[in-house]
Structures are given as structure tokens and as C-alpha cells.
Design a protein around this ligand. Structure first.
Ligand code: GLU
Length: 435
């Protein structure tokens, strides 16, 4: 007998719960909240691709522009077999909030293609990436909507997409997309910007906690671009990275890992190996294998979910032993898990702040493309540091003033900025009183 599958949780509906919660504290008009519950526009496309064996396959994709009141909508494109419209809407909504938290002149958007990119050849992947841009070309542009990388997309894919868009418009338009390879107009410092922004948050949090890095243990769930960068930066600073995982599972070592070795092995073999490397020679070291679920429940100081959304749920929240959760992924904590974590005294540095370094340096890339004038890596790092530190402190202060957690404070911070922009066009009171 066919057992019907449980309905997928609606990530978007879950995500916008934060709006009503933060609204209680933020001094903004209810009309602004109402607006943000609906994405501005969405496009659903099909992309027929000629596969290497001559057959044709049709892929489906989405682009959602959630809001563009504060500037062109901005957000990445994800390639993943589980992509669905609700998820893309949630991710676009988080981008609207994130760009407001760091006060960059963008709104929020997101795109996704339902595909497992690991099953495609490089040429199939290029055809798919160009095909997606052909479909959404009328929907994006440097002044309307600016894509970027996300889960399983990378600088090379951004380069193909920029090239395809420029061909369609028949002139060179680097500012249509960010996260490009540096020779194609990418910015210095973009590749590790998400991890670096999160690292700057940890440095502020470290002061609040009075931490000494060598005594602080870290577990990282997800070892893609952002997970690798945050692990590398924390390790270089003396933090003890004791556990790391990827989609295949994780490794644990009480003494901590030599993170550059793990990255070297992962990049050359595409797998996570417990190794210590000197130059190109890597030796296997003694470790325990753990599952992703076990990693999340480890007794560590900092837990870094750096993969997909909804990994900490009402089901496992009470078993989380970490003192701090640094949300490098988007939406890793389901809204029902938040009160449980709060009750257990877990301090959450929320995604719309913790991972905003990526889009911040994307903004720098867009500015550099438009100006045709490029900055050094030191300049990028210094400007990112300034923004992340300033906004982390602002969010902390709001958390104190309203006696709320950091997530609520980050939403209050974002909603105040978005709300001011929306209400600058007038509210019910303005129109009623000026008839
Ligand atoms: N995909 C990244 C994010 O979720 C970066 C978006 C961007 O740079 O526009 O923040």
C-alpha cells in the first residue's frame, strides 16, 4: 500500500513568524509588517538541457524577489535536489532582513534550481547555469535584482551566469551578479566573506563572554565554503575545532583538528578525512566517526550549523549542549526550537547577522563593478570588520534594552530600517489626514 508522505514543513510561514514576534518590540507601522508577509514577485521556470549522452532533461528553477524598498533585491542562487518554492521564499525573506541588519542598500531575493549538481558533468552544469539565466534574464539586472552564490554554486558558475546575461544584453555587465571569479570582476575577500563576517561576530561575543580562544571548543556542521572559512579563521585564532561534518557524516577529536589539513584533503578528494598534512603529505589521525545529529548535540562552547535550514528543531533542541550557536547557515533553527534554546540558556547569534558578511562583500563587489575601480583585500577586510562589529554591537544593545534574545533584537534592528523605508512612502495616517 502507498503511504502518503508527511507534508513538507512550510519554511516560509515558519520564517515570517519572526515578524510578528519582533513587531511587539519594534516601533514600526503594522502596514510595513503586512507588506513583508508577501514576496514582491516570483518566477517559476523550466530549463531543458541537452545532456552529454544526447538525451534531454528538464530542470525546474525559481527566483523570488521578496522586497526592494531599500534598493535592488539581492540574494544567492542555490542548486539542490530539495529546493522548493517555500524554501526560496523564506531564503528571500531572510535576505531582506539581512541586508537591513547590515544597512546595505539592497532588498532581498533568492533563486534555486532543483538539481543535484554532483550528478552533472561540468559541461552539463554550464549549460544549466546559462539556461537558468536565459529564463530569468528579464527578471534580474544590476538595478533590479542581483544574484550571487549559495549552497552548491560557486564563482565559476557566477562567471558563466554573468557572461550569459552580458551576451543577452550585448554588453559587459559585471554588476548583474556577485561572487564572480576575481579576473571576471569579482571582489577580493568575497570567497571567505561569510565565514569572516561570522568570525568578527565571534570576536565581539568573545569579549562579552571573557573567553580565551584556547579554552573554547567548536563544532562545525557543514564543510562547504562558509563552514571551511569559519573553521579556518577560528582555528588560526587558537580556537579548538573538535568536530566537523559534511553531508556524509562527521569526525570528532577532543584535542581538536588541524583545520588547514582538513580543508586541503576535502578540496582535493571532495570528502572529509581526519588527516594532518605537512605540505602535500597527509597522514590519517585517530578520530571517532560521528553522525550529523551527534555533532549537533556535542558538549561544545560554539556550535556552528553551516549547511541547510531546520537542523535544530523542537525535537532535538532540548538536547543541544552548546553554549553558543553561530548560525552560518540560513535558518538552521526552526522557530519552535527558539524558546527551548532560550530556556536552556543557549545564546544564538542569528543567521541574519552571523552570515551577513557574504552579502556585505557582495555589495562591495557591486560597488566596485559599477565604479570600475577595485579595492585591495585589506580594504575589503577592514570595511567588513567595521560593518560587522558595528551591527553586532547594535543588535546586542537592542537585546539588552528590550530584554530579548539576539534573534528578536536582530529582527527589531532590521524591521526598524525596512519599516522606515516603507513608511517614508506614506501610511494610513498620512493619507487619511491629507485628503
Ligand atoms: N547566499 C548568500 C547568503 O545567503 C550570499 C548572498 C549574496 O551575496 O547576495 O547570504
Amino acid at each position: 500500500m502507498h503511504t502518503p508522505k508527511a507534508p513538507e514543513p512550510d519554511v516560509f510561514l515558519d520564517a515570517i513568524q519572526n515578524l510578528d514576534h519582533a513587531f511587539k518590540f519594534a516601533n514600526i507601522h503594522s502596514e510595513a509588517i503586512e507588506r513583508l508577509k508577501y514576496p514582491k514577485m516570483m518566477i517559476h521556470v523550466s530549463i531543458p538541457i541537452r545532456m552529454d549522452d544526447g538525451s534531454m532533461r528538464v530542470f525546474e528553477g525559481y527566483r523570488v524577489r521578496h522586497d526592494d524598498t531599500r534598493g535592488p533585491s539581492k540574494g544567492g542562487i542555490r542548486y539542490h535536489p530539495d529546493v522548493n518554492l517555500s524554501e526560496v521564499k523564506a531564503l528571500a525573506f531572510w535576505m531582506t532582513c539581512k541586508t537591513a541588519v547590515v544597512n546595505i542598500p539592497f532588498g532581498g531575493a533568492k533563486g534555486g534550481v532543483i538539481v543535484n549538481p554532483k550528478e552533472l558533468s561540468p559541461m552539463e552544469l554550464e549549460r544549466l547555469s546559462r539556461g537558468f539565466i536565459q529564463r530569468i534574464a528579464d527578471f534580474i539586472g544590476p538595478e533590479t535584482d542581483v544574484p550571487a552564490p549559495d549552497v552548491y554554486t560557486n564563482p565559476m558558475i557566477m562567471g558563466w551566469m554573468m557572461d550569459e546575461f552580458s551576451k543577452i544584453r550585448r554588453h559587459h555587465i559585471p554588476a548583474v551578479i556577485t561572487g564572480k571569479p576575481i579576473p571576471l570582476g569579482g571582489s577580493q575577500g568575497r570567497l571567505d566573506a561569510t565565514g569572516r563576517g561570522a568570525y568578527f561576530c565571534v570576536k565581539e561575543h568573545e569579549k562579552q563572554r571573557g573567553w580565551k580562544p584556547e579554552n573554547v571548543t567548536v563544532a562545525v556542521q557543514g564543510f562547504g565554503n562558509a563552514g571551511q572559512s569559519i573553521a579556518r579563521l577560528l582555528h588560526a585564532d587558537g580556537y579548538r575545532v573538535v568536530a566537523v561534518s559534511d553531508s556524509q557524516g562527521g569526525i570528532y577529536r577532543e584535542e581538536g583538528f588541524h583545520v588547514p589539513s582538513l580543508i586541503q584533503a576535502k578540496q582535493s578528494t571532495h570528502r572529509l578525512h581526519p588527516v594532518y598534512c605537512t605540505d602535500s603529505l597527509c597522514e590519517l589521525i585517530d578520530t571517532s566517526r560521528i553522525s550529523n545529529e551527534e555533532l549537533l548535540e556535542l558538549d561544545v562552547d560554539i556550535l556552528v550549523p553551516a549547511a541547510l535550514e531546520c537542523v535544530i528543531t523542537s525535537e532535538n533542541a532540548s538536547r543541544i549542549k552548546a553554549r553558543t550557536i553561530l548560525e552560518v547557515a540560513n535558518g538552521p533553527v526552526e522557530s519552535a526550537a527558539d524558546p527551548v534554546l532560550r530556556e536552556h540558556g543557549v545564546f544564538v547569534i542569528p543567521d541574519i547577522l552571523a552570515n551577513a558578511g557574504g552579502v556585505t562583500v557582495s555589495y562591495f563587489e557591486w560597488v566596485q563593478n559599477k565604479a570600475g575601480y577595485y579595492w585591495t583585500e585589506e580594504e575589503v577586510h577592514a570595511k567588513l570588520h567595521l560593518i560587522m562589529t558595528r551591527e553586532y554591537r547594535a543588535v546586542s544593545e537592542l537585546a539588552e534594552i528590550h530584554d530579548v534574545d539576539m534573534r528578536t533584537a536582530a529582527y527589531i534592528h532590521a524591521l526598524t530600517r525596512i519599516g522606515e523605508a516603507i513608511t517614508a512612502h506614506g501610511t494610513k495616517e498620512y493619507f487619511r489626514n491629507n485628503k
